[in-house]
Design a protein around this ligand. Structure first.
Ligand code: ADP
Ligand code: ZN
Ligand code: ZN
Length: 818
């Protein structure tokens, strides 16, 4: 055979493997294997995977090669620049390029022989469009419901099943099972409408007369509010909007009202066409000045604007320029801030040019956003809105990257690999495209503010709320004093109670923030002070009253609440500390007539419950919303006049070098939810330490003071931004093996890096999921060649785990672990 016709493909696999793997391209595929397209290859035992072609070449390797088995795409699904980005990320965050690829590609594009498939629930059985093979697959899947691709191929004795399966998935005949599990039942909302007999004015007058005669004032009032809300009975009204429900029940019984359940969509978005023109947004002077600075400044700029200063309008203006020029903009927000409110706001201006990349969307929807990001046609998305994983989209002409709430901890991904910071990676991505980057925040991270002050980043500031509204009044309530003078009910001070009362009386709403879910952080025996612990982790179990369980927030371990102390058999068990569930219960008791709801990981585990809570709150079906940090982010509600902060002290005292910064950010952000539209806002912080510096800074909205203190501390103690940290975590079942391994690794590293090696030491939690943990922290000066250091660290680690005794020690790297 002529060597000139022999071609090879280096491919990337979405597995925890480093680098590319080479396969031979069979002659029948000559010229059809494209860089960035997917092919099917065998890897490991007998498994088939979708791999992405990195390079096609003619350099014959010296060893025997397997063949590329099939071609899945005739044109690329990723571009070379994306793959460069994956490789950069693998290097920088010390993981494999396969780890990055697995995170980058939407599940629907990762078809493998191990993937489970079934018939798409929306498939109507249109068999006429199917080929004979496809028909066989459909029949088989109808019989077996769920099967692995591999088993389908074996059952039908089909060698080349992957391209066929891919076609069926794209046409929504078949669905990957992973997605099936995510499907949800539609949510329904109860609506109340007027019965036909009461449609006329006479009938209504007669009804009023009858009710008044029987002195049913509550029913009269309800009837009045119904007529008002329903435009005199012409529309239905959400049941939750009508209170009290006892009167409603009575009127339903009487035949005045009908109740029906209507399906309500979750992520409601406005129509597709743009309804408003960006040119019609008139920026105020401060916004205009910021806009001008951001357009002209260095490649990366910080937009430091107080809450509700109108940062979003500035972003919209910036995006508009990019869209008009036919280019693309990426708009990143923390997952939790990706609400229908924000989506609608962008769609109002950019219509169907907006693509939303969202973990709450289905696999096929995500695959569609992926394809439309790099489409050649007129359907190409130009504004990509998403949480951190949107940085992986296959952009073709990226000109602007906006990272809103830049300081937010949720930009950092810890599990699964890659452990990356979405903000920092986005800045790098933008630099690859020579795109402009805008970092926005009301409470910038210390490092970004530092870069902005030292000239590495540009800086634009907006110090006033849009519309001239005042920032809310923040006050601290001294709980020691309140307890002494007995002005406390449950965990609430009289000050907070009366503030909530006033808000409710004025038809306004309140938010209560406590960064701890569950009912109580622990259960304690009154006699022997035993606290039940997780069997897998070295943490106390959290008491959840709703489910009557004790649960581990690290590993999910859960047991029923014991009736007696497992140690001394005393039945006097007490809850210690306060979680969101407890606060919710207290509020129900204190405000029996108010609608109280809770928003935390437990109450929003059900798909879309989060959006529902927000919608309910927006429509005032909820009066008081209790929540963890979920309530602190980006929400723009009109009627919130009171914000209560319960756990300020535990945030401030958290043992971490960023504790003050984070406490300040969270308190300022949640305060920023109050009084956004003119109603005077009031923020009440309950604390045992009312004179703490951080609280003072929150009270006076004194970011500059906080920054000054923090940056000095970072400088003195060599913390970022003055240094770079790499955290090495070692895990093993046996603490003895672990201790030796950690000591050996630290000793090796110290030989090269000296005092840059800190540890080994125990982390805050020393055992998780049955594995003991030990940590070594590496600290480098900003100026040191970090890439070289990373290689040395990797080699030292490989040498460690190459030893028989330590082969089963797991080693994790976390670069910039904060
Ligand atoms: P931030 O993101 O800074 O917290 P937003 O962008 O949500 O603030 O703005 C707060 C409110 O002010 C929003 O309701 C927004 O629509 C309004 N707003 C801000 N700037 C303008 C403007 N230039 N014209 C009209 N409304 C504006
Ligand atoms: Zn006991
Ligand atoms: Zn646990």
């Amino acid at each position: 055979m002529n060597a000139d016709d022999v071609f090879f493909a280096d491919v990337l696999l979405p597995l925890h493997v480093q680098g590319t793997f080479t396969y031979r391209i069979p002659r029948e595929f000559a010229g059809q294997v494209k860089v960035g397209a997917r092919v099917v290859v065998q890897f490991g035992r007998s498994r088939l995977y979708s791999a992405v072609v990195r390079r096609v070449h003619q350099e014959q390797p010296s060893f025997q090669l397997k063949y590329v088995l099939a071609i899945l795409d005739t044109s690329p699904i990723v571009n070379p620049r994306s793959m460069d980005f994956w490789e950069w990320m693998a290097d920088y965050y010390m993981c494999t390029v396969g780890d990055v690829m697995a995170a980058a590609l939407p599940a629907a594009l990762k078809l493998a022989s191990e993937s489970a498939v079934s018939i798409h629930p929306d498939f109507e059985g249109e068999l006429s469009s199917l080929s004979k093979t496809e028909m066989q697959i459909v029949q088989l899947l109808t019989e077996h419901r769920v099967m692995k691709v591999n088993d389908v191929s074996r059952a039908l004795n089909l060698q080349k099943i992957m391209p066929v399966m891919k076609g069926l998935i794209e046409r929504q005949v078949v669905i990957m099972d992973e997605e099936l599990r995510q499907r949800y039942t539609p949510r329904t909302v109860a609506y109340v409408s007027l019965a036909q007999e009461y449609a006329t004015e006479e009938a209504q007058a007669a009804l009023f007369a009858a009710l008044e005669k029987r002195k049913s004032t509550a029913q009269v009032a309800l009837m009045m509010s119904f007529l008002q809300l329903s435009h005199f009975g012409s529309e239905a009204v959400a049941k939750a909007d009508l209170r009290p429900s006892t009167s409603l029940d009575a009127l339903v019984k009487r035949g005045v009202f009908h109740i029906e359940e209507r399906v309500e969509s979750r992520i409601t978005t406005a129509g597709n066409g743009a309804e408003a023109k960006v040119a019609d947004i008139v920026l105020n002077d401060e916004q205009q000045a910021a806009f001008d600075t951001l357009r002209k400044g260095p490649a990366v700029s910080l937009l430091h604007g107080v809450t509700s200063s109108g940062k979003t309008e500035v972003y919209i203006k910036l995006i508009d320029e990019v869209v008009s020029a036919g280019k693309q903009a990426l708009f990143l927000v923390p997952e939790i801030a990706l609400t229908s409110q924000l989506i609608n706001r962008l769609r109002t201006y950019f219509g169907d040019k907006v693509g939303v990349y969202h973990s709450r969307f289905s696999n096929s929807q995500r695959a569609e956003v992926w394809h439309r990001t790099h489409s050649d046609g007129a359907d190409r998305y130009q504004v990509l809105l998403g949480a951190r994983s949107a940085i992986f989209l296959p952009f073709v002409d990226l000109a602007l990257v906006i990272i809103d709430e830049e300081h937010d901890a949720s930009y950092k991904q810890t599990d699964p690999l890659p452990r990356y910071n979405g903000r920092d990676a986005a800045i790098y991505l933008a630099s690859m495209w020579k795109a402009r980057t805008v970092l926005g925040s009301a409470t910038p991270s210390i490092e970004c503010r530092y870069h902005a002050l030292t000239g590495k980043y540009g800086l634009a500031e907006m110090k006033h709320r849009y519309g001239g509204f005042a920032l809310p009044e923040v006050e601290c309530v001294d709980m020691k004093e309140k307890l002494r003078t007995k002005q406390v009910k449950g965990i609430f001070s009289d000050t907070l109670i009366s503030a909530i009362e006033t808000a409710l009386d004025n038809g306004q709403q309140a938010i209560i923030f406590q960064n701890r879910r569950g009912f109580a952080p622990r259960l304690e025996c009154d006699e022997c002070h035993h606290v039940p612990q997780c069997v897998n982790c070295d943490v106390s179990l959290v008491y959840h009253k709703g489910t009557n369980t004790l649960r581990c927030h690290r590993c999910g371990y859960s047991i029923p609440v014991p009736s007696e102390c497992p140690q001394c058999h005393s039945t006097h068990l007490r809850t210690m500390g306060i979680g969101t569930e407890r606060i919710e219960e207290d509020l129900h008791l204190l405000f029996p007539n108010a609608n109280v709801a809770r928003m935390d990981l437990d109450s929003t585990s059900q798909k879309n419950r989060y959006d529902e809570l927000l919608t309910d709150f927006q429509h005032k079906r909820i009066d008081i919303l209790v929540g963890t940090q979920m309530v602190t982010k980006g929400l723009d509600f009109e009627h919130v006049s009171v914000v209560g902060i319960i756990g300020a002290d535990s945030m401030i005292n958290f043992p971490d070098f960023r504790a003050y910064e984070r406490a300040f950010q969270q308190m300022t952000q949640v305060s920023g939810r109050a009084g956004r539209h003119g109603t005077a806002g009031r923020v009440i912080i309950q604390t045992f330490n009312p004179f703490h510096m951080v609280l003072d800074d929150v009270r006076h909205n004194n970011y500059d003071h906080l920054y000054g203190e923090q940056i000095n501390e970072r400088r003195v103690f060599h913390y970022p931004p003055f240094s770079r940290l790499i955290e090495i975590t070692l895990k093993h079942r046996s603490s003895a093996v672990l201790d030796n391994a950690a000591l050996q690794l630290a000793t090796t590293l110290k030989a090269t890096f000296g005092t840059r090696v800190i540890g080994p030491e125990y982390p805050l939690v020393t055992r998780v999921r049955g594995l003991c943990l030990k940590m070594i922290t590496m600290r480098f000066e900003r100026t040191e060649p970090i890439a070289e250091a990373k290689k040395i660290i990797m080699r030292a680690t490989d040498a460690l785990t190459a030893q028989k005794d330590y082969a089963s020690v797991a080693v994790h790297f976390d670069v910039d672990p904060y």
